[in-house]
Structures are given as structure tokens and as C-alpha cells.
Design a protein around this ligand. Structure first.
Ligand code: NI
Ligand code: MN
Length: 226
């Protein structure tokens, strides 16, 4: 499976059977908008962890041009279904077998409202199972005890964790999270995009390395294979 970092919390995942876009926020991201051409993004699925603008800004355009199925919590799926998009609603603790593999919608501690104030359900993350790999995409979240439930059911090959602090957990809590989920290979996201979440990347890598863990930080447009 190939995971391309599109900046902030946006990922483009290529599995053997489908392409999956996560939390598209590109046209409003000063760091990404000149590097990623959103007109070329034609995923089969768009996963949305929660309704905040820095996760949904480009959902409508990309869903329109790709006819992708939007997978999110019940409220967010309903919001897009009313606009005429194809959707698949989920809720916390539930999983579903798609043509590419399985998704489970899991807890996150955060908030979730659209830019106009519309309720965006409760925020979550996804566990993606495809190509015999398990990936945890945490979404925006605090460190939470619920993360300890994940290794009861999944052996993770990669965890995508927010590390930018202020709006989500920061690096120190992400190191603890990687213990909770029993996964030492982490892709950091949700950092550097805005002033509030600028981090020292080398320091972050050192903190993970000190615990014999690996923190991958990708340049925008670059990918990791698992
Ligand atoms: Ni958020
Ligand atoms: Mn966010």
C-alpha cells in the first residue's frame, strides 16, 4: 500500500483495489496548494474524520470530479448525501467491508462542526485494513485511553498520528499513543500548516527515536510504502 502525504491531514492511499483520499484540505493550505493539483485527484473513496474546515475544504470539488464515495460518521455522510454525493455512513465502533478491504470508525477526542456551524457528528479516526496491512489514521485527537483497545483487535503496520499540538495531541503524547496502540512506526501529520501547530521536526524525530520508535515526516507529495 502506498500512502502519499498531501499536506496537513490529507493523505492519498493507493491500495491494490482502490484509491482512498483522506481529509482533503489542499486549496486552502498555503504549503500544499502549489504542489498538489486537486483537479487530478480522482479517488474511489474519500474518508472524512470530522467536519472541520481543515479536513473537508476540498471534499465537494473532488467528490464531484471523481464520483467518489464519501465515508464518514452518520452526520457528515448525511450532510453530503443531501448535496447529492454518494456516501457511506458509519459510527464509532462499527466496521464495514468495502471492495478494497475493511474500515473501522474509532473514537477520537476532539470536536466536529462544519464552517457554517452545522453539527458534524462526533469526530473519529479510521482503521484501514487492505492488502494484508492495518493502518490507524487517528484524525484530530487527544491522547486517549480508547487507543488501548486497538491492539486487542489489530496488529498495526503503521499509525498516522497528529503531532502538531494545540488542537490535537503533540509529539510527547503521540509517543505515548504509539505505546497504547502497540505500533512503533508512525507517520506524523497535522503539524506546521498554521502558526499554532508549528513544530521542531528534528526534535520530534529524536523523541521517537529515543524510545526506539520511528517517526516518518514526509514532504508534501512524497509517499511511504508499507
Ligand atoms: Ni479538527
Ligand atoms: Mn484539524
Amino acid at each position: 500500500m502506498k500512502i502519499v502525504f498531501l499536506g496537513h491531514a490529507s493523505l492519498f492511499i493507493q491500495t491494490k483495489l482502490a484509491t482512498i483520499l483522506v481529509d482533503p484540505f489542499i486549496s486552502g493550505n498555503e504549503l500544499a496548494k502549489d504542489l498538489i493539483n486537486i483537479d487530478e485527484l480522482k479517488p474511489d473513496y474519500i474518508l472524512v474524520t470530522h467536519a472541520h474546515q481543515d479536513h473537508v475544504l476540498d471534499v465537494e470539488q473532488i467528490a464531484r470530479q471523481s464520483n467518489a464515495t464519501i465515508v464518514s460518521n452518520y452526520e457528515i455522510a448525511g450532510y453530503y448525501e443531501k448535496m447529492g454525493f454518494k456516501t457511506h455512513p458509519m459510527n464509532h465502533g462499527g466496521s464495514w467491508n468495502f471492495d478494497f478491504g475493511k474500515l473501522k470508525y474509532v473514537n477520537a477526542i476532539h470536536t466536529s462542526s462544519f464552517a457554517d456551524g452545522t453539527y458534524g457528528g462526533e469526530p473519529g479516526g479510521f482503521i484501514l485494513t487492505a492488502d494484508e496491512k492495518n493502518i490507524y489514521i487517528a484524525g484530530d485527537t487527544a491522547l486517549t485511553m480508547d487507543m488501548k483497545l486497538i491492539p486487542y483487535s489489530y496488529t498495526l503496520d503503521l499509525a498516522v498520528l497528529p503531532i502538531g499540538d494545540n488542537f490535537t495531541m503533540g509529539v510527547d503524547d503521540a509517543v505515548i499513543a504509539s505505546d497504547f496502540i502497540d505500533c512503533d512506526t508512525v507517520l506524523g501529520y497535522h503539524y506546521d500548516t498554521f502558526g499554532y501547530i508549528k513544530i521542531d521536526k528534528e526534535e520530534a524525530k529524536k523523541k521517537f527515536a529515543f524510545e526506539d520508535k520511528k517517526l516518518h515526516l514526509l514532504e508534501i507529495g512524497k509517499s511511504i510504502l508499507i
